[in-house]
Design a protein around this ligand. Structure first.
Ligand code: AMP
Length: 189
């Protein structure tokens, strides 16, 4: 199995690059942000509870996203592999993901980290907010909170995967195609 953690701050291009990677490598895309937005649209209890945190730019509780990911892994038993996009975002989530995969005789193959500076992130997110209508992309203070959550709780995962020899940093600035080629070069190495 090819299991990739696609990593990077909000606005780094994880969603765009995931779409391209799943096509090239026949993987299943698991984005906790997309799953949560879908739960909100369906007005489920979990979705409405998560929305309160998402609207403030804060992370939702680990247990909520871990359960969602476990359900999706189990309902895709014949997958070639997964792209984890926006998950894990905390050390607790990373440890649970490792356990989940181990109990299914699998593991994370690599973590690909898209590197993009804060100014470029803000520009991209505000632009996406205009185009998509996503409310958490339209307010500079919410964006700043999301980037701060990333720096304090999520960025330490670079060390976590580095210690396992699985961390790869990729320049996330440039055309979609150029960045995709950089990712493919690492996956195929
Ligand atoms: P994203 O679409 O990945 O930018 O996620 C949008 C929002 O959903 C985040 O700001 C968080 O509030 C929430 N979220 C998504 N994935 C996670 C996760 N793995 N852990 C905690 N919160 C998450």
């Amino acid at each position: 199995m090819l299991n990739i953690v696609l990593f990077g701050p909000p606005g780094a291009g994880k969603g765009t690059q995931s779409e391209k990677l799943i096509k090239s490598f026949q993987l299943v895309h698991l984005s906790t942000g997309d799953i949560l937005r879908n739960e909100i649209a369906k007005k489920t209890d979990a979705g409405l509870e998560a929305k309160k945190m998402m609207d403030q730019g804060l992370l939702v509780p680990d247990a909520t996203v871990i359960r969602m990911i476990a359900d999706r892994i189990d309902s895709n038993k014949n997958a070639n592999g997964f792209i984890f996009d926006g998950f894990p975002r905390t050390t607790a989530q990373a440890e649970e993901l490792d356990k989940m995969l181990k109990s299914r005789n699998s593991s994370i193959t690599m973590m690909l980290c898209l590197d993009v500076d804060d100014n470029e992130l803000l520009k991209r997110l505000l632009n996406r907010g205009k185009e998509s209508g996503r409310s958490d992309d339209q307010d500079e203070s919410i964006i700043a909170r999301r980037i701060s959550e990333y720096n304090s709780k999520t960025a330490p995962l670079k060390e976590y995967y580095s210690a396992q020899g699985k961390f790869h940093s990729i320049n996330g600035i440039g055309s979609v195609e150029d960045i995709f080629n950089r990712l493919c070069a690492v996956v195929e190495a």
